[in-house]
Design a protein around this ligand. Structure first.
Ligand SMILES: Nc1ncnc2c1ncn2[C@@H]1O[C@H](COP(=O)(O)OP(=O)(O)OP(=O)(O)O)[C@@H](O)[C@H]1O
Length: 257
């Protein structure tokens, strides 16, 4: 479904992404993790050319999107859903109007767009809030509208760029539950950048660890987090062990020094 070859991006003298290669099979959920600044967002943004790569190719279903003209790219982007960290909803529009907007701009009738938008809002449990403006919704609800906006196009590939990073911790779960459902039913091929370790452990088919613009490790969660081979993988393993130990000690009623 997705094949990235030798993808490279430099900002001035900083090489943000360096000769990156990655393949994602149809229906697979791949989670990209790594320390802040290692190039995760730059990678995911190059996949639909929100950032233009300096070098390399991005094949979506065999078509190299780096070579496409603006019109063909626009059509290809309809097959790629993108969920941002910041929801980017339009405040003066209702939830359903936000979801409909891209469909109508893409040439669909208002009636068809309304039906698709309503179905997409239902998938994320937000149909009863369809007339609410973003300002009347919690962050988690706004992000679910953002997910519905991507789902309305029935994308074959969904890119998630830290979708829970702007959310209050209490609201993260509701978004992760929606993502987990989508992954479970293999509704789309999913490439997810996130710092949510529990989600990665539980939902990812494969975890890709990045450091300094490159992939340092890739494998199923139990392999990467239990028997890591990279220093980044070892750091995640230690973090998971620390969290488990701290939780266990706290539950056992011991004071955590
Ligand atoms: N437009 C830009 N101009 C200059 N430098 C940039 C730009 N975008 C990203 N960078 C730099 O490129 C590197 C990779 O950034 P990127 O956002 O891809 O990292 P990340 O792994 O997603 O980090 P985080 O987890 O903190 O979001 C960082 O050093 C960042 O400062």
């Amino acid at each position: 479904m997705l094949k990235i070859q030798n993808l490279t991006k430099q900002f001035g003298s900083l090489v943000a992404v360096n000769n990156l290669n990655l393949s994602v099979a149809k229906g697979e959920t791949v989670v990209i993790m790594g320390p802040s600044g290692c190039g995760k967002s730059t990678t995911i943004r190059m996949i639909n050319r929100l950032i233009e790569p300096d070098r390399g190719s991005v094949f979506v279903d065999g078509v190299d999107i780096t070579g496409l003209d603006a019109n063909t790219l626009r059509n290809m982007r309809k097959r790629i859903g993108y969920v941002f960290q910041h929801f980017n909803l339009i405040n003066r529009l209702s939830a359903i109007e936000n979801v409909m907007l891209g469909l109508v701009m893409g040439g669909q009738s208002k009636e068809a767009a309304y039906d698709k938008a309503l179905a997409a809002l239902a998938k994320v449990g937000m149909e009863q809030f369809k007339e609410h403006k973003p300002g009347q919704l919690s962050g988690g609800q706004q992000q679910r509208v953002g997910i519905a906006r991507a789902l309305a196009f029935e994308p074959e590939l969904m890119l998630w760029d830290e979708p829970t990073a702007s959310l209050d911790p209490m609201l993260v779960r509701e978004v992760l539950v929606v993502m987990e459902e989508l992954a479970k039913y293999r509704a789309a091929t999913m490439l997810v950048v996130t710092h949510e370790i529990a989600f990665a452990l539980h939902v990812a088919d494969r975890i890709v660890l990045m450091e300094e613009g490159g992939i340092v490790e890739s494998g199923i969660p139990s392999q990467v987090f239990v028997n890591p081979v990279s220093s980044v993988g070892c750091q995640y393993k230690e973090l998971i062990e620390y969290q488990l130990n701290t939780s266990a000690r706290t539950l056992a009623g011991q004071h955590v020094a």
